[in-house]
Design a protein around this ligand. Structure first.
Ligand code: GLC
Length: 432
């Protein structure tokens, strides 16, 4: 059996966004942003205040940094030396899920287990030292409503996390309790930031004009420095939670995926672009081609990378992977189609991210004739590792911005979650 051409074409069309539509989405993003600045309830994005601006680059000293936002939790001891210089003195990392052993992000896990596990990791990072005083910066990569740099309440889990007892809570209070139970009162959590904010802080510690920070990974989100030009308020980074942007028309696979997710209706943009979901979208489309609608094959974005990387015309790697995951043996012509499908899904993802950046850039440009130089800091496995993601993102920016695209640079800031958390801890310490 080989794929039906008409069906294939219609699936491809479902994942295609043309130039006009992309421009409309960028405009809608800017509109949503402007509405959100008036009142977050008017926007599909949460527009969360971070209570921090850009670093002065004079931040120095030794801090603990906790990076909690995906299935891998990391704790680092970092010494900041100022002017973009720093050293990681110790780094420990452990997954929150080990298949067959434990799973702290599932609906039957508890907040105590989750934060107890994190406190153990902190203990490892300080090498059992229960006396030396440490300030801890916490990169917590979920939507949290803050009243200051310390107080961040988890609004809602995203990225399919489901642990009960954390939503609605001040996450650093949970962490403090867990540290206390382990006798780690010498470790004082002082700041919580989103990972986008961490990436922006880390990049701005080293580069100029970093007004935008973005994560393009398991999840997707962007923050930017709101200048509050017309008001007395100090500039502050706003975590848009842009993964929640929904002024766009999802395709039929997007609709289906959303329906079956942990939080239907939430994170519509994220479910179209991020690594956590792209493999699923691809699998759903493939299931239709195999006439097995509804079957989940468990494709990941890593599989999608392997499919894009198979440049051999006979596509042995694609054929093998598809056979392993679906039980179907396809020929080289269909393997070509599989590759086209993957490319289209990744291309759509990168173009949508480009549209969201463009919306922010238009907002920053305001009524000015030309766009001032902008450095967008990005971190994440999709941006860093997925073939064609970065290239399509840049192409999308050129398509939308024309000659202004020359003013925009993107920098990879991997490791930003740790460095950014240390910078936030330093800022919190300076406010004490
Ligand atoms: C999800 C979270 C957001 C985070 C992003 C990237 O979208 O809601 O807070 O920044 O993932 O990790």
């Amino acid at each position: 059996m080989s794929f039906d051409q008409n069906q294939f074409d219609s699936i491809l069309a479902d994942f295609t966004i043309d130039s006009d539509e992309l421009r409309e989405i960028a405009g809608a993003f800017r509109y949503d942003l402007k509405q959100g600045l008036k009142d977050p309830d008017l926007s599909s994005m949460r527009m969360l205040k971070s209570y921090i601006g850009l670093p002065t680059r004079k931040e120095t000293g030794e801090y603990l940094a906790l990076d909690f936002g995906g299935t891998n939790v990391r704790v680092l001891r970092i010494r900041l030396d100022g002017d973009g210089k720093f050293e990681v003195l110790k780094k420990v990392a452990k997954p929150l899920v080990v298949a067959g052993e434990y799973n702290y992000i599932a609906a039957d896990a508890t907040a105590d287990q989750m934060f107890g596990f994190i406190a153990d990791l902190v203990e490892e990072a300080v090498e059992g030292d229960h006396t030396k005083k440490y300030y801890l910066g916490h990169t917590f990569s979920f939507p949290s409503s803050q009243t200051d740099l310390y107080n961040a309440k988890l609004i809602i889990w995203t990225k399919e996390f489901a642990t009960p007892g954390v939503e609605g809570k001040v996450v650093n209070d949970l962490l403090k309790d867990a540290l206390h139970k382990k006798g780690l009162d010498n470790v004082e959590p002082t700041a919580v930031i989103n990972d986008t904010v961490a990436v922006q802080l880390a990049a701005a510690y080293k580069h100029d004009n970093v007004n935008i920070g973005c994560i393009y990974a398991t999840g997707h989100n962007t923050c930017y420095l709101e200048p509050y030009a017309d008001s007395a308020q100090e500039p502050m980074i706003l975590n848009l939670e842009s993964g929640g942007f929904n002024r766009l028309t999802p395709g039929r696979f997007d609709v289906e995926l959303d329906k079956n997710s942990e939080k239907p209706g939430e994170q519509r943009l994220e479910k179209m672009v991020s690594g956590r979901y792209m493999g699923e979208l691809f699998g759903m489309a493939l299931a239709e081609l195999f006439d097995e609608k509804g079957k989940a094959y468990g494709f990941t974005s890593i599989d999608m990378s392997a499919i894009m990387d198979d440049e051999d015309a006979a596509h042995p790697a694609i054929i093998q992977l598809v056979a392993e995951k679906t039980g179907h043996t396809i020929d080289a012509a269909d393997a070509d189609k599989v590759q086209d499908l993957v490319l289209r899904i990744v291309n759509r993802s990168a173009r949508l991210v480009a549209a969201s950046f463009t919306g922010i850039l238009w907002q920053l440009q305001g009524a000015e004739k030309t766009l001032a130089p902008q450095t967008i800091a990005v971190d994440g496995s999709v941006y860093e590792k997925m073939p064609h993601a970065k290239e399509n993102l840049m192409k999308g920016l050129s398509e939308l911005l024309g000659t202004d695209a020359a003013a925009v640079e993107t920098v990879l800031e991997n490791g930003g979650s740790g460095l950014g958390a240390a910078i936030a801890a330093a800022v919190a310490a300076s406010r004490k």
